[in-house]
Design a protein around this ligand. Sequence first.
Ligand code: NOJ
Length: 546
Amino acid sequence: MTQWWRDAVVYQVYIRSFADGNGDATGDLGGLRDRLPYLADLGVDAIWVNPWYDSPLKDGGYDVADYRAINPMFGTLAEAEALIDEAHSRGIRVIADIVPNHTSDQHAWFQAALQSPPGSPERERYWFRDGQGPDGARPPNDWRSIFGGPAWQRVTEPDGTPGQYYLHLFDRTQPDLNWSNPEVVAEFESILRFWFDRGVDGFRIDVGHGLAKDPALPDLGSDDEGLMEAPDRSSHPHWDRDEVHEVYRGWRAVADSYDRPRMFVGEVWLDDPARLALYLRPDELHTSFAFELTDPDWEPAGVRAAITSGVHAAQTAGVAPTWTLSNHDIPRHVSRYGRPAKARERFGRTKYDMDGLDLDRGRSRARAAALLLLGLPGSAYLYQGEELGLEEVMDIPDDLRDDPVFFRGSGVEVGRDGCRVPLPWAPDGESLGFGANGAWLPQPAHWADLAASVQQGDDASMLSLYRRALAVRRAQPALHTTAMEWVSSPPDVLHWRRPHPDGPLDVVVTMGTDHYRLPPGEVVMASHPPEDGLLPPGAAAWVRLS
Ligand code: NOJ
C-alpha cells in the first residue's frame, strides 16, 4: 500500500534509552540495530526515532547542533544508513524527527549570530531584539517559555557589554529560528533531502504548529506560563500562524519529488478541527497526532469523548487518525490508569504523595488499552516500553534529573525523565540488559520482572499480548479501514464496530464494574479471557461477528 502511514503501527524509539550497544550507559544506533529482530518479531510496520542529530542534549536532542550529523554518543552517519537499510530489509520503515522551530545554541548559525552585530544577516536567522527601557533591561515582550520563565535571554555582545535578547519558546539553549527568512526555509528543505536521500521514509515534525511568528512580536498580555497548545484564536503571535502553511507546502513538494512515498506526521497541538485540517490539506502534511487519548484517566466518558474528538478531527481533514497513548513527554499510561480517581490534579509530574497509586490495576487496564488503541481506525504509535507494561518512574533522585522542565521550574514539576528511563531487556545485570556499563537513569529494581527476555517466554505477559494483537490486527481487514461506528452500550462500556465487506469486527472495552455480554462471533483477541461470552470489567476484546 503506498499510503502505508494510514494504518501503520509505529514504534517510537527514544534512542537514548532504548538499548546501549557500546557500553557508555546511553542508548545508540548499535543497540537499536541489534534489537531490530525484536521489533520485527513484535510486528511493527515502522519506527519513529527521536532526534539522533549532533546535540548537547540539553533537551534530550530537541536542541540540534548539526542536522546532518549523528550525535557521536549515538553513533555515526554510516550507522544510521546501515540502520535504515537493515530496517527496510525487515519490512520496517524509518521515520526521523525534524526540529524546525529552534536549533541548539551550539548550532553554527547561532554561534555566528552571537559573534555578529545587531541587524546582521547572521542574527536575522533568529529573533534578536533590543530590550525595553533606557538600558534595555526589560525583555522585548512578555512571552513565556513552555518550560517556565521568560522566553527571552539577554546576550553579552562580543565587546563585553550587555546586549540584545533572543527568543526561545523552550529552553534558553534552544533559540527560535526566524521562518520569515528565506535562508531558513531553504536550509530545512535541504536537510529534508539529505535524509530522504539516505532512505528515511518520513519525518515527525516537532512543534508543528510553531515556526512562524508575528514579526511585530506583540505582547501576549497574559501572565500564564507558556502553553504548548494553541488557544482557539487565529491571531496568536507564535502558535498556528497562517504563514506556517507555506513552509509545509514547500516540504510536501520535496517529499513528493521522491518515487517511494515519504510522509510527514505533525506534532500539532490544536483543539479546533477546522484549524488542524488546514495542516492536513493534500499539499501539506499527511497526518498529525491525535493526542486525545493521552489525556483522560481510565474513565469511560472521557475516553469516549477522546475517541469521538480524534475521529471527528481526522474526518474533518479527510485523513486517517493517528493515535497514541503515551510518548516521551507524557506520564506513562500504566501510571495514569493506576492512579486513584481524582488524583490527577495532584499527579501530573509534581512531587505528590504516591498514596493510592495501584500499578497492578494500571497494568491490567493498560492491557485493555492496548486493544482499545489497536482497534481504532487509523494508525497507532506505541511508545517504547509500553509493550513491557512499564510505569512512570517517580523517584529519580533530583541530582540525576536531566529534563529542562525540572531545572527551569520551581522544582515542583519534576519533568519528563520518568518516562525516559532505559528499557529492561534482561532480568539481571547492572542495567537489566540495557548495556554493559549501567544506564544513564536508574531503573526500578522490580523492572527485572518486566524485562523483555522474561516476558518473551510468558504467554500471559504484556509483550505477548502486544505481539499477538499486532499479528491479529495485520490479519483482520476490518482493522485497516478508517470506518468505525458506535454500537449502543451502557455508558461505562465502549463498543464500536469496524465495518468491512468481508465481515465486521467489533471492539468492546469494559470500563465500569460490570461484566458485558459480547456480541455473537469469534473472539479473535482479548486482554482478559471472557467467560461464557461475558467480558470481565476492565478488559477489551475484538470479536469477528458471525
Ligand atoms: C516537543 C518534543 O516532543 C519535546 O520533547 C521537546 O522538549 C519540545 N517539543 C521542544 O522541542
